[in-house]
Ligand binder design. Sequence first.
Ligand SMILES: Cc1cc2nc3c(=O)[nH]c(=O)nc-3n(C[C@H](O)[C@H](O)[C@H](O)COP(=O)(O)OP(=O)(O)OC[C@H]3O[C@@H](n4cnc5c(N)ncnc54)[C@H](O)[C@@H]3O)c2cc1C
Length: 308
Amino acid sequence: MSEFHEAIIIGGGPAGLTAGIYLMRAGIDAVLVEKMVVGGTPMNYEHVENYPGFPEGISSKELMHRMVEQARRFGLVMKEFVEVDNVACENGRFTVRAGNEIFESLGVIVSIGTVSVKMGVPGEAEFVGRGVSYCAICDGAFFKNLDVAIIGGGDAAIQEGLSLANIVRKVYVIHRRDTLRAQKIIQDRAFKNERIEFLWNKVPVAVEGKEQVESLLIEDTKTRERSSIKVDGVFVYVGARPNTDFLGDLVVRDEAGFVVTNEDLATKTAGLYIAGDTRRKSLRQITTAVGDGALAAVSLEHYILEKR
Ligand SMILES: Cc1cc2nc3c(=O)[nH]c(=O)nc-3n(C[C@H](O)[C@H](O)[C@H](O)COP(=O)(O)OP(=O)(O)OC[C@H]3O[C@@H](n4cnc5c(N)ncnc54)[C@H](O)[C@@H]3O)c2cc1C
């Protein structure tokens, strides 16, 4: 048995929740499905200080709870622990499958964010959950007064390095270049933090240990010299890519796997829109995700009104 709604939103982060708010307020019958709990990636870190409207910053969980509440207030049904594994479109009608659950709709908004890119070095997969982590807020507390390495030099890496520095004894930032990509304000804080040490022009080569992570083997990108640093944890922030395999050839992707849309966030399949970090764009933030959610919803609303 399948369930019909005019619109289905896949993914309950800032983009999906905003799309839900806009669709409900437009009188469209929409449902949101989320593979975990609603809230998206900001549920995995601590604080947001660049989202307008909160001069003192806001806890990222609190911000997401507020978005969820707002969506609920307008009647959006949010189904949690529903992971979409296939989307098909025939004669203008979408079939969205999540295990045994089947949804049908006139239109779909995909806002599934991204997943962490792996380092791809020996020991990484073996030590996941035993010292290797992709989420400081989830696992940071296990490393109280211990030493950890952060791999990466972007916003996520440095922001998470700063959070970890409040808990651990020492944070080594391993970065393959000699400058960071992170925003200047975050860089300045990290440079001033005595618990953070930068190891420039270095790449991870292997995660080593017996039961738990005990050290990280790194290589200098210029001299090729290898050295080992004693760490109890390795936090990986080397990038993120969307996992849109379930969309098959309904969309066009760029070389990195991000979905290409037009300015209305439409894809090559009529009625299918992409919002948030999943699509090709130059800035992946909460502000741009909510903007995308609003735009995709209005585009889909117009599409549905024509089809009704
Ligand atoms: C460590 C870190 C710190 C950050 N700090 C900031 C910051 O300070 N300020 C800022 O503006 N941005 C920050 N960002 C970026 C920001 O979190 C993202 O740009 C934003 O969350 C993107 O929103 P989204 O809705 O596109 O995707 P997400 O928030 O990633 O939400 C996607 C949702 O889709 C769900 N999903 C995935 N696949 C499926 C599926 N198959 N079926 C159903 N559901 C699925 C996921 O579980 C998730 O809940 C940070 C990111 C990281 C990693």
